[in-house]
Write a protein of this length. Structure first.
Length: 389
């Protein structure tokens, strides 16, 4: 097994591109001011590899070698880095790194911990774990050296040089059929966290992100603790669990076949819209069943309600749906450490309720106001009682 050890000044380049058929890749943040690379390559020497930076990129390519590679790359913490990894099969681990991490793996395992920046992974079969992650702005990706181009899932020509590797066995199937058929085009808003897998479990713990997108064909998805702005989570087959994570924007949580368990912090302020076609809805938060079907209800059971107090501006909306499965909603006894106080609308007095009763003449008027967030569940119950009397 050939070895390599090399160092560079932190200002020599800004981005690192790694392309290998398989192996183990470790990225570590360090307090020193030099980039350090240690590596091993089975059955082949590094003498044909060019480790001289080109433009603002350091490119570590072993595409001509079908053995496993092992790299440990240490990056100074003072700088924001761009890391781009493409591998047929790999085990990847990153710790204490500030930067943009972008991975495309045919098969593997991904662990990212104590990192800041942006994270994205696309894989045909991988377990993904992201822990203690904070989304922060990252610089623009520097231009690739002349003659190079980014590898894109939707562009087979960009990875055609890899031959009959594991990537080519699943890449076309995953890109052309899975993503487009079930999830639409592989486009969308920029997200601090983006995970797309054909198979495998996704575990996110203690993340603080403005936007998070999760797509999986088969596997379990778990979101525990933290704060997420826009959340778009869609699973074809598998259970979803969200525990103690504070919504800071609109959430869409959907699985075609599987159960959904949602346990929100006590200080959550949000409107809930919950639907299932075949399954039960159980909620500790008061919900009202509505007969008017929403676009995601598939003519099944739909319930709406409000958690917490109304706030100035738009209230976050949480849309939860499953085609076949149960939905359970709970409220945690504790508040979120991410909660920031905001001015809330005072609770309605009796006189206010009386005026609202005059404005809602039918049960449908009340339920429509509840579903639109203009009144909360307690107000709706009082108004419905008033209509009956």
């Amino acid at each position: 097994m050939a070895k390599v050890e090399q160092t560079w000044s932190a200002d020599t380049f800004d981005a690192i591109g790694i392309r290998a058929h398989g192996g183990q890749f470790v990225i570590q943040g360090i307090d020193e001011d030099e980039v350090k690379l240690e590596g091993n390559l089975e059955g082949r020497s590094f003498r044909n590899m060019n480790l001289e930076p080109s433009g603002r990129w350091l490119q570590i390519y072993t595409s001509g070698h079908h053995g496993d590679s092992q790299f440990t790359l240490q990056l100074p913490k003072r700088k924001v880095w761009m890391v781009d990894i493409f591998s047929g099969r790999a085990q990847f681990k990153a710790e204490n790194v500030k930067g943009r991490l972008h991975l495309m793996l045919g098969k593997g395992e991904v662990q990212v911990e104590n990192c800041r920046g942006a994270f994205s992974v696309t894989s045909g079969n991988a377990d993904v774990r992201l822990k203690h992650f904070v989304e922060v702005d990252t610089p623009e990706i520097p231009p690739l050296p002349k003659g190079e181009r980014h590898i894109r899932l939707e562009d087979p020509e960009s990875w055609q040089d890899w031959g009959e590797d594991y990537w080519t066995q699943w890449g076309g199937e995953f890109g052309e059929k899975l993503l487009r058929r079930f999830f639409g085009e592989n486009t969308g808003p920029n997200a601090g966290v983006r995970v797309q897998t054909g198979k495998g479990d996704v575990n996110l713990e203690d993340i603080d992100a403005k936007a998070c997108i999760i797509r999986a064909a088969r596997g379990e998805a778990r979101l525990k603790q933290g704060r997420v702005g826009e959340l778009d989570m869609k699973i074809i087959s598998g259970d979803i669990e969200c525990e103690s994570c504070l919504p800071a924007g609109d959430w869409t949580i959907r699985t075609n076949r599987g159960d959904i368990h949602l346990s929100l912090p006590a200080d959550t302020n949000a409107r809930l819209d919950v639907t299932t076609r075949q399954g039960d809805i159980q909620s500790k938060t008061p919900l009202v069943r509505v007969t008017r079907q929403g676009p995601g209800s598939w003519h099944g059971s739909r319930m709406v309600g409000t958690m917490g107090n109304k706030t100035e501006g738009k209230m976050p909306e949480i849309h939860i749906s499953t085609l076949s499965g149960d939905i359970e909603i709970k409220t945690q006894p504790t508040t979120s450490p991410y909660y920031q106080k905001s001015e809330t609308v005072p609770e309605s007095s009796t006189s206010t309720v009386t005026k609202k009763t005059d404005a809602y003449n039918t049960q449908l008027d009340v339920l429509t106001a509840l579903s639109e967030g203009r009144i909360n569940v307690d107000e709706a119950e009082r108004l419905l009682k008033g209509l009956k009397s």
